[in-house]
Write a protein that binds this ligand. Structure first.
Ligand SMILES: [Zn+2]
Ligand SMILES: [Zn+2]
Length: 346
């Protein structure tokens, strides 16, 4: 979640300290001038104060923007999409709905969504943001620190993100190599993931669950950044037991969850957000642990506040890198033109 009073306060305090420091260093630097020319000295001090003030503006920009977005009305056509397609949204209270909408606005303000050889329509844009926001909606301090861009592919792709050739069976993936830090989702899978809330499958949520798993530095199916230490043993046990059941054909979970610990965590997360009632009834132990994971709040406030000072909004594909659609053109001359952010809507 992006809105946190505590995070904003920490950012303001750090910004004030830094700006004052910049001003003091500047005054120290020009200190000698006052002995030769008093007027010049005062003019320089005024310039320094102005510079320090604009630095303060830069340091606090990210959070100031968020405050503004909080007061910006949510687009009606997007609300219609939420009401129609997003079961999770429908069951929220009125207040929580408003908060969820603001979260989407901020996410889309700070994250670029780009269609690779396809258009990013409103539905795609809103659902991509939902996939990111749903798993972290209960964490006031959570930030997708490194994620700056979501690439939307028109169809399934290969493990190395190609849209042509053999092995096009991937519907969603967290980027690696030159795509590191990017999220790649196939449009039809993203949309159909939200179509049936009770099928326990949602490729968007699945992929964002992988990012949460990796928040502790490891893709291992153990989300240490979210699960308190005392539950790690229980998680390992439940995971082993449930994977065993999937392999033995005794589980109602998606069989893909049995392929590895990493996939088990992502598949269990989809289930948890798509049909919590069924999961609670069928696998109370697993449900309880996922509840611990998805309500635990541990993200590092200080790190977030520091990154906010430089207006950091995560990694995006460079304007001059080769376009992922393999046209051979530079990104800026090709699919980057299909980019959407919230800023371009206002
Ligand atoms: Zn996966
Ligand atoms: Zn392209």
């Amino acid at each position: 979640m992006h809105l946190s009073a505590e995070k904003t306060r920490l950012n303001t305090i750090l910004s004030i300290i830094l700006s004052v420091l910049i001003f003091l260093i500047f005054v120290l630097f020009i200190w000698k001038v006052q002995h030769t020319n008093k007027t010049t000295f005062y003019i320089l001090v005024a310039i320094g104060a102005l510079a320090a003030y604009s630095c303060y503006g830069i340091f606090t920009k990210k959070f100031a923007d968020r405050k503004k977005l909080e007061k910006t009305p949510f687009p009606e056509k997007w609300r219609a999409i939420l009401e129609q397609d997003v079961h999770y949204y429908r069951q929220l209270s009125k207040e929580r709905k408003a908060l969820f909408e603001t979260e989407l606005q901020i996410f889309l303000h700070e994250t670029r969504v780009t269609g690779i050889k396809c258009e990013v329509d409103d539905r795609t844009l809103v659902l991509a943001a939902c996939a990111a926001e749903i798993p972290v909606f209960s964490f006031p301090e959570w930030e997708y620190d490194n994620l700056g861009e979501i690439l939307i592919y028109p169809n399934a792709f290969t493990k190395d993100f190609r849209l042509e050739g053999e092995g096009r069976n991937v519907w969603g993936m967290v980027g690696t190599g030159f795509m590191e830090g990017l999220m790649i989702l196939a449009k039809p899978a993203l949309i159909s993931g939200f179509q049936n809330p009770h099928d326990k499958m949602n490729v968007g949520i699945h992929e964002f669950a992988h990012l949460l798993d990796a928040a502790d530095g490891h893709y291992d199916g153990v989300p240490k950044a979210f699960l308190p230490n005392q539950y790690l043993g229980a998680w390992a046990e439940v995971m082993k037991y449930e994977i065993g059941r999937i392999k033995g054909g005794k589980s109602k979970m998606n069989a893909y969850g049995g392929t590895s610990d990493v996939e088990f965590f992502a598949v269990a997360t989809e289930y948890f957000f798509e049909n919590p009632a069924a999961l609670k009834q069928e696998k109370p132990e697993l449900y309880k642990l996922l509840q611990k994971i998805y309500q635990q709040d541990t993200a590092d406030k200080f790190k977030t506040a520091l990154k906010a000072l430089v207006n950091y909004t995560g990694k995006k594909l460079g304007r001059n890198s080769a376009c992922p659609c393999q046209s051979g053109k530079k990104y800026k001359d090709c699919c980057l033109n299909n980019s959407r952010t919230y800023a371009s809507e206002m």
